[in-house]
Structure formats: C-alpha cells, structure tokens
Ligand binder design. Structure first.
Ligand code: ZN
Ligand code: ZN
Ligand code: FE
Length: 752
C-alpha cells in the first residue's frame, strides 16, 4: 500500500509550484526529491527555462510543510527569487520523479554561474578511500563549472561539454541514486570516464611533474575552469620576475592563489573579506598585505594591496599541494581575451610557459577570475566575471528586449529580457581586434542562450567606440546613452531608484555631449535624462591619449592652467623638455583635447609630487597616490567655483606650496583626497538647495579608490544625504551596460 493511503486524515491535494532564481545546476532537483520523500509527497520535478517546476500531491499539511522546508533548507548556492503555487485537480501520482527538462517558450531564464569546489568534494579529493581521490575534475550537484561548459539551456549534461564524457557505471549509479549527493549532477565524472589533464610529449602523472617544475621556479600555463592561467611560485623573486619579463608586464599586480590559512598569514582579513573568499563565486579579493608577508615584492610592486583567491577547483587544489602561494594570472597575450583553446594555448603561451598543461574538457565560454574589494561592511566589484556571470538582476521594469553594448574599456555587455538584466562576463578592451571578435561571439552566444530577439540596441555617445560602430552595424534600432549618465543610471538600476538623484561621476574619460571628454561630473539625473550641473574645469590633455600613459603631461598641463607658466620647482626642472614647445602642444586643440576628468587630475597630482610620471598599467598613478595616503591628516586645499565650473587652480597652488615646504607626500595625498570629498559635499548641498534632492549616487572608475569613496559616503551621510553606489555591478566602466539598459528602457518609451 502506498504512503498516501496509509497516512490517514487530511485531504489529498495536488499543487504546481514554479520556482525561479538560481535553481538549476545547484543540486536543487535532488534536494526536492528528498523533500518529497521526507513529506510523503508524490508528483514530479523538472527544469524549465525559467527555473524549475514541481508538482506535489499529498496531504495539504505535508505540502505546506514541504514548501516551508524548501525555503529554509535549500542548498546554499541556490537563490530563490519567486515561488508561485497553484492548486490543481488530483491525478493520483504513483511516485515522485525527476522528469526530463522542459523548454518553455519566451520565459525568463536563469543560468547558473560556475561554483568553486565545495567542502565535501575537497574532503573526497584528499581521501585515499574515495574513488575521487586526487581526481582534479571532482564536482557534485552543488559545485563545479556551469556557465563555462554550457552550450544550450536548460542545463543538462548533453547540453554541456560534459557530453563528450559518457558516464561509467559507477558514476551512473551515483547520478541516478536520489540519496546520493551527486544525484543528477551534470558534471559527475571520475578518473575512469571523465576529463584528463595532459601535456605535450608527456605520459606520466603530469600534475606531479608540474608541481615539481613550479618548485624549481619554472612558469606553467594550465587550463582551468574559465580559461588558461599562467602560474609560478609567488614567493620566488626569480620566478615572478621571469614571468613579468616574458609576459611583458612591468608593474601591474598579479593575483595569488593560497589556502585560507596561508592568506591569513600574509594579509589582514576581515570577516566580510573571508566570507567573500569562501563564497561559491570564489573571486579574487583585494586585501591589505601584512608587513611580515613573505610573498615576493615583485608580485605587487609599489602597493600593499594584494589580490588573493582560494584554489577553487580540484585542478588548483592539486597544483597547490606542496607550494604555499601561486601567482595566477590570466593566460593571454596582452589585451587579448583569456585563452580557452588547446591549440591557441600551445601557439601563444609556449614562449612564456616552460610547461603547458591542458585538459580535454572544452571550455565553451571563457571567463576571467572576478575581482572584489571590501571596506567596512560593504563591497564593490572591480571585475564581474567567473562565479557571477551571467546571473541576472531583477530590475523591476518590464518592456522591450534590449542589448546594451557597454563601453570600450573593461567591457561587459548586457541583455534585458522579461524584467531581468543579464550581464556578460568581463570581455576586456574592445580596441583590441581579438577582443572585439570575442565580444561579438559572446553577444551571439548569450543571445542564443536567452532566446532573445532585440527590439533596441543601446551604445555610448562616443562615435569612435568599437561598441558604437558595432551597434550601428546591426540594423537594430539604435539608442544612445551618455557615458556618465550611464554610470549613474547603473546604480539607479541596482537600487531600484526611480526618482531624481544627484549623480557624482568621477571617472577616467567618457564622451560628453559637447564633444569634450568628461569625467568629473555632478549631474542631476533621472533614469531617462540628466542635466550637467557642475563639473571640473576643462584641462588640456597634451598629446591626447599619450597623456593617459604619461601623467607628467597632465601635471604640466595643470601647472600651466594654474600659473600661466611653469613654476620653478623640482618636478618641472627634472623633465628637461622644451617649455615653449610644450605650451604650444597644450594649446593645440587638435593634438590636445580638453577634459574634465578627475582620473586625469589624480594622475597629475601623482606625478607632480614625484610618485609616478609614466604608467605601465591603467590607473597606476592614482593607485599609488591612494596607497601612500596618511589617514591621520585632516587638512585640505581650497578650490573655486566659476559659474558651474570647479576651478582646480587653488588646489594645484596649495600642492605646489606644500611641495616647496617639504610636506610629506602621504600628507599631500590625504589633503588632496579630503579636498575632493569636501567639494563633493559642498556641491551636493548647493544642488539640494536648488532641486530638493537628497539622494546621491556615486559611480565611475575613480571610486575604486576606497579612501575617496568612503570619505564621500561618510561626509554626505553625516549631512543628511542618502548615498548609493554600485554593489553588484562594477563601479568602473564594467558597469555601464546596466546603466545603458536603464536609460534605453526610458528612451524606448518615447518611441513607442
Ligand atoms: Zn562538490
Ligand atoms: Zn566515472
Ligand atoms: Fe567611465
């Protein structure tokens, strides 16, 4: 006799439950199966495009209990967005089944991002008793790759690159056993049936060989989850230096992979930082390094911020066995996309790496490591990629399907469909031909996965952005968004803000609607429109883009703008340039565009006080200026307003005076930072008087500077403003695709 009949009392009911969110590929179906058993329910569960569908038949009371249980006991990597319950006619199911996936038409879709190796799999990896002992591709229904092996949805083994590996009998047994934690784990595989590591001309255990090479200071390339990494011993100056030379990367910090106890030895670690490291996304977390750290100084020259991550797969766990810390940097040729393909790796990385380790599981979608930075109880995202992409964000609006092209630097693109915004993984700088091609491929891929046709495409105002040129080539109705408005709108989208805000965008450069380069903007903005209320005065960028790479040019430009000549100070005298010619360059409108960028202002100050005259990676001058800050210095410089222009002359005068007085650089840096946050407060107060707005939105690449971000938040909050900034999308140009969607949605209304 079946359980239903045995359990007397209470009416038998049948309900349909639809659950949306991240519920596929996270062990949800086995969990529901076990829930059904626990509460004596029958029916079925199936993946559908929008999530999962369950039918429960059983006692009303048991069904209610089961639904409560689902909410509280769900697997940790699950995100439930909605649960919708509908009563149906009883049909007397005879058991509970996991059915084949169903594909609905035109529903919203959730795609699970990749997940770092779980604790149970780590234990098995290290246990000689386990049949997964030392098997680098170990995973289960709540961990392992997802997005990066996907070919189509719904998420099922035969729609991933795991389809190349038919399950052996033992794996099958676990896969079909509802009480096993690998029940319906699409990535299940073992040393008998699953992917293998290999290296050219090498037959034995390649991992042992690799570990050995690393301890000799050699450089490795190894295929991981989202692509290849270049790897070396992070404690060896020799190895790190060799990697820098071979990769032609002078100063830009490398990320380091370590176990959590090693991280605690090398860096200061707050609870929040620890939680982020241990989260299933396993991002790189930027930490403050201890003075006692034994990591080579070559890893992160001129800064004590170290990017660290945990070994997030069996491959990495096996690699790090005998070595404390490994440099792990994306395996690519400068500015090209991360390499995912074996032939490409062999061709492009063999000049850099002494040994290349491949595996035979195809990476269908390349994904770099993500980067986050925590402060107090908050965090910002520097790069949103593996572990986050392409999970969706609910925007609380519904309308046409839109593709947002993003910006040209640090590109991510995004798709809006059925109230949800799907943000791509980190793509990179589109000025690079390979990266641009990869961008187009990824747009096509995500479009296919989400089964979407676009009614609108939205891009930046910049006429020469590759993303703009692409948008205009598609034939889709094209809308445009101003760069800094998009920065501000990205925050409005994240935080569901629908009224007017004061938007402060401190940024590198973005195309302004007057044809100059903006980047120091105080906007009064709604989702659909903005007014440029205040902005930094326009300063010449001598030589255009060259001035970005050579901050000394910006310093000279600011000096000339302030004094009308070059003052007799060490900075000017050491440069040995023909001053009159340089003045001509400053005044040459064709060669030297004007900018209001705060990013360039940081560059100028960094160079002026003797920190950094030329940079080898983006943002270096500003990063080094932030890193020397004397947090106890409370002073600041004066600034002036002329109409709606913020004049920087008095600030430069103050700095030059302090240099002459021999004031410590850390103090000058602190005074400069304080000046900007005080100015932000003053100007917000002025705007509040005019518009009665008290919401302030902060966004733009300069706010990756935590000292500046924090002091702006603190000062504004103390004076009654409500402050918002990017928390789940990058605060830099990696976030503007979301802003473009928000703006595009409003602009499309005017067309309809
Ligand atoms: Zn696992
Ligand atoms: Zn197997
Ligand atoms: Fe920007």
């Amino acid at each position: 006799m079946d359980k239903l009949v045995k359990r007397k009392g209470g009416q038998v009911k049948r309900v349909e439950i639809k659950i949306t969110g991240i519920v596929q590929g996270v062990g949800f179906r086995p969990f529901i199966y076990q829930t059904a058993e626990k509460f004596f329910l029958k029916g079925y569960i199936s993946n559908i495009s929008s999530g999962i569908i369950i039918e429960f038949e059983g006692k009303e009371e048991d069904i209610s209990k089961a639904i409560e249980y689902i909410k509280t006991a769900k697997p940790s990597s699950t995100v439930i967005e909605t649960i919708c319950v509908k009563e149906k006619q009883s049909v007397n199911y005879s058991d509970f089944k996991i059915n084949e996936s169903l594909r609905e038409d035109n529903k919203d879709i959730s795609i699970s991002p990749d997940m770092g190796i779980c604790q149970e799999c780590q234990n098995e990896l290290q246990s000689p008793k386990s049949r997964f002992y030392n098997y680098p591709f170990i995973s289960c229904s709540s961990c392992g790759p997802r997005f990066t092996i996907l070919e189509d949805i719904p998420y099922d083994r035969f729609k991933t690159s795991m389809k190349d590996f038919p399950m052996c009998d033992e794996c099958k047994k676990e896969y079909y056993n509802p009480t096993n934690r690998r029940y319906h784990a699409q990535t299940i595989c073992c040393s008998k049936c699953g992917p293998k590591l290999w290296a050219l001309n090498y037959n034995d255990d390649v991992l042992d060989f690799a570990v050995n090479k690393l301890s000799q200071g050699k450089i490795l390339a190894i295929k991981g989850i989202g692509g290849y990494h270049l790897v070396c011993d992070a404690k060896s100056d020799y190895a790190v230096n060799t990697l820098r030379q071979k990769k032609n990367r002078q100063d830009k910090p490398f990320a380091v992979m370590m176990d959590i106890n090693k991280i605690e030895k090398e860096c200061y670690l707050s609870e929040l930082e620890k939680n982020n490291l241990l989260s299933f996304a396993c991002p790189i977390v930027l930490l403050k390094q201890k003075n006692s750290s034994s990591i080579s100084k070559m890893v992160n020259p001129n800064t004590d911020i170290l990017g660290v991550m945990l070994p997030y797969s069996g491959i990495h766990k096996s690699l790090i066995k005998n070595i404390d810390a490994l440099v792990m940097t994306s395996g690519n040729v400068s500015n090209e996309p991360i390499i995912t393909d074996e032939n490409c790796a062999q061709e492009k990385l063999s000049d850099i790496a002494d040994l290349i380790i491949h595996h035979n599981r195809r990476i269908t979608i390349g994904c770099d490591d993500s980067v986050v930075k925590c402060f107090d109880n908050n965090k910002i995202i520097i790069r949103r990629s593996r572990g986050f992409a392409p999970s969706s964000i609910k925007l609380g609006i519904n309308g046409p399907n839109i593709l947002a092209c993003g910006g040209d630097l640090k590109n991510t693109f995004g798709i809006f469909k059925n109230e949800k915004f799907y943000m791509s993984q980190y793509i990179g700088d589109l000025q690079n031909k390979e990266t641009f091609d990869w961008y187009v491929q990824n747009i096509d891929m995500l479009k296919k996965l989400l089964e979407v046709e676009f009614e609108y495409i939205i891009c930046d105002y910049h006429p020469l952005y590759q993303s703009t040129i692409y948008a205009q080539s598609t034939g889709i109705q094209c809308l445009k968004a101003q760069h800094h408005h998009a920065h501000i709108a990205s925050v409005m989208g994240e935080h569901n803000i629908f009224d007017q805000v004061i938007g402060i965008s401190f940024d590198g450069t973005g195309y302004g609607d007057d044809g100059t380069l903006w980047g120091g903007e105080f906007l009064v903005a709604t989702r659909g429109d903005y007014k440029r209320e205040y902005h930094f005065e326009n300063i010449s960028m001598p030589g255009g883009e060259t001035a970005v790479k050579e901050p000394w040019r910006m310093a000279m430009s600011y000096l000339y703008n302030t004094f009308g000549y070059f003052p007799d100070i060490g900075f000017v005298n050491k440069l040995q340039i023909e001053k009159d010619n340089f003045i001509k360059l400053i005044n040459n409108k064709n060669l030297s565009p004007k900018t209001s960028s705060v990013g360039r202002f940081f560059d100028a100050v960094s160079s002026l006080i003797g920190l950094r005259d030329t940079i080898t990676y983006e943002g270096q001058a500003a990063i080094e200026l932030e890193s020397i800050i004397d947090i106890f210095e409370k002073g600041s410089y004066n600034y002036n307003l002329k109409d709606r222009d913020i004049l920087t002359g008095p600030i430069i005068e103050g700095i030059v005076q302090d240099i002459k007085n021999g004031l410590d650089k850390g103090m000058i840096s602190a005074k400069f930072h304080n000046t900007l946050s005080e100015m932000a407060l003053d100007i917000c107060k002025e705007i509040r008087k005019l518009y009665q707005v008290d919401k302030v939105v902060l966004s733009g690449g300069v706010f990756q500077n935590i000292n500046l971000l924090k002091s702006c938040i603190n000062k504004l909050t103390q004076h009654g403003f409500k402050v918002y900034y990017n928390n789940i999308t990058p605060i830099n140009d990696g976030g503007i695709a979301l802003g473009q969607i928000v703006i595009g949605f409003e602009k499309s209304k005017l067309i309809h």
